[in-house]
Design a protein around this ligand. Structure first.
Ligand code: PA5
Length: 566
């Protein structure tokens, strides 16, 4: 091997600023976590300024009131239809902290955990089986907060060789997406008869989930199976889904409560049941979340990682999300974390009204990212040299893999994991050289405990940050708006289908432009919507619509399917 001779300069790669790193790095051994804010660019003494101290005091007070059961989600109704909801996801891992004057809450949390475990044991032990034997697959049907957490945890903690059940997801109303899942599971009785469907919807009425359920029921029926013998529901007591499960003798029903939001439901039955069925250690996950909650209740920013994180968001985004957060975990198992965080953070913080319903500067914090080093071959070029409109959040997991690693580059004595780490350290440095801010979170390994820590850490950071900027993090009026708009589109589509199916269309085979159809069906201002509806229907056989000539939305014509050109 060639060595540097006496005349070559000594190899040099000086640290950017070791003293700053030393000051910005903090370990939290009880969480197997460390934070490093040395590359954020905080001015000296930032945490101690009067303004930040005031913000923190208010946020800690708010969190204390929230955890004590105050109805801080003022804009939604509770399960009795009264205004205001409690926000209780922290009780899920410490039921003893639930409001003492409502002992039924702690009882319900404990009883649900017991029944989740009992149910999973019965499945694993073969006491509860499908019509074709022991369950081998678990298929979650849900969306948003009723899917993203379970998906993240399944990917982070699953082990193909030892998983007790293999996880699958229907997380959208895309027919082709569902076909793709079913093609992998198999549509025959032998495959579906060992597949347990966990249908999750807090409201019990979400259309995407309802459609997934209907599609699942249809394939089970086609295979000659009784769907109810392969299904459980997780939903609010008395919801439409709950009633369906009850009336059709499903294998189980697990509760969701009005005081747990979808995006903070990972430590309720929503996350715990799929994880337990997969064989994941849910006690360790809950222990991680509980340990993080205990530590992040500390009303001291410097020693509270959730407060540190929230202050990084506040500082980097100048209190109004001026910079995006790019989440880059250098670990394949965490690749769905940024998607999970995207919902947790953006649905919670993306608000136009403040907590008292006054208009604020539109708030939010944009989140994207995938995983390192993959992302270095995608958008890191722009992060380093292009628009400086972001800060990076690196996530490092120290343990490479369970067993020993192969040396893949013998000259360097380096393993694949060494390269992964090298790329992380290199990218952090490369960003710093160009004055791009970043924070690093380090976990010992990706384990049920540390995944629980990460979930609780970001949940609390969201709560604290929401208080800094004065918004309600626990409602989602924008999501409701999208749902209402979709319903309207489907109403218009119904009218379009009717138009083509009735005399005016079918018999005469008359062709018409979107504008003409819109007028004829009584939606004269909705020509664009009508055009988009007809355009899609016309490429899906059997939907009764055919596209006839034309090149622009104004002159393209549609006619009933099956009629000749007119
Ligand atoms: O976080 C939320 O509240 C939403 O993303 C919901 O989880 C999502 O809309 C699904 O709702 P539901 O669980 O009622 O089907």
């Amino acid at each position: 091997m060639k060595r540097a001779n006496a005349t070559s300069p000594a190899p040099s790669w000086p640290d950017i600023d070791f003293a700053a790193f030393n000051a910005g790095y903090r370990e939290f051994p009880e969480l197997k976590l460390a934070t490093d804010i040395s590359r954020v660019g905080f001015p000296k003494g930032y945490f101690a300024t009067a303004r930040i101290r005031r913000l923190l005091a208010r946020a800690f007070d708010h969190m204390a009131r929230l955890e004590a059961g105050e109805k801080v989600n003022r804009d939604e109704l509770d399960d009795q239809g009264r205004p205001g909801r409690m926000v209780g996801h922290y009780w899920l891992r410490a039921p003893e902290l639930a409001p003492k004057d409502k002992p039924e809450i702690a009882e319900a949390i404990r009883a649900t955990l017991t029944s989740v475990k009992r149910f999973a044991r019965s499945v694993h032990g073969g006491r509860l089986t499908g019509q074709r034997g022991r369950f081998k697959n678990v298929m979650v049907i849900g969306i948003g907060g009723s899917a993203l957490g379970p998906q993240f945890v399944a990917r982070a903690l699953g082990k193909v060789k030892t998983d007790k059940l293999r996880p699958w997801f229907f997380d959208n109303t895309d027919p082709d997406g569902m076909d793709h899942v079913l093609d992998q599971i198999g549509r025959d009785a032998a495959s579906l008869g060992v597949t347990l469907c966990v249908v999750i919807s807090k409201s019990g009425t979400t259309p995407e989930t309802k459609n997934g359920l209907e599609e699942a029921k249809a394939v089970y029926a086609a295979a000659g199976l009784d769907f109810g013998r392969h299904a459980v529901a997780i939903t609010q007591v008395g919801s439409q889904l709950d009633r369906e499960a009850d009336q059709n003798g499903w294998l189980g029903r697990f509760p969701m409560w009005d005081w747990v939001g979808g995006r903070t439901s990972e430590t309720s039955a929503v996350g715990l049941l799929p994880a337990a069925l997969q064989g994941i250690d849910i006690d360790a996950l809950l222990a991680g979340a509980a340990a993080c909650d205990r530590l992040t209740r500390r009303p001291d920013a410097a020693t509270n990682p959730a407060a540190i994180l929230a202050l990084v968001w506040y500082f980097c985004g100048r209190g109004h999300g001026a910079r995006d957060m790019v989440v880059i975990p250098y670990k394949d198992r965490l690749e769905l974390f940024s998607r999970y965080l995207q919902q947790l953070i953006m649905e919670s913080l993306g608000k136009e009204l403040d907590a008292t319903n006054r208009r604020v500067v539109n708030q939010g914090l944009s989140v994207y990212g995938n995983k390192g080093s993959t992302d270095q071959h995608a958008y890191v070029q722009q992060l380093r040299e292009g628009l400086n409109n972001f800060f990076a959040l690196f996530i490092e997991a120290l343990r490479d893999r369970e067993g020993p690693s192969l040396v893949v580059a013998p000259k360097l004595g380096a393993t694949s994991g060494d390269f992964l780490s090298g790329f992380l350290l290199g990218t952090r440095r490369a960003l710093k050289e160009k004055n791009r801010a970043s924070m690093t979170l380090t976990v010992d390994e990706v384990s049920p405990f540390t995944v629980g820590v990460l979930i609780a850490l970001f949940e609390r950071a969201v709560g604290l940050y929401a208080s800094f900027v004065g918004i309600n993090a626990y409602h989602q009026p924008g999501v409701e708006a999208g749902k209402k708009a979709a319903t309207k589109v489907l109403e218009i589509q119904q009218a379009v289908l009717h138009f083509f199916a009735t005399q005016a269309g079918a018999k005469r085979g008359r062709k018409a432009t979107a504008k003409e159809i819109a007028k004829a069906i009584g939606y004269p201002d909705a020509a664009e919507t009508v055009f988009k509806i007809c355009q899609r229907l016309s490429v899906n056989r059997g939907r009764g619509v055919r596209r006839v000539g034309g090149t622009t939305p104004a002159d393209i014509e549609f006619a009933p399917e099956g009629t000749g050109r007119t």
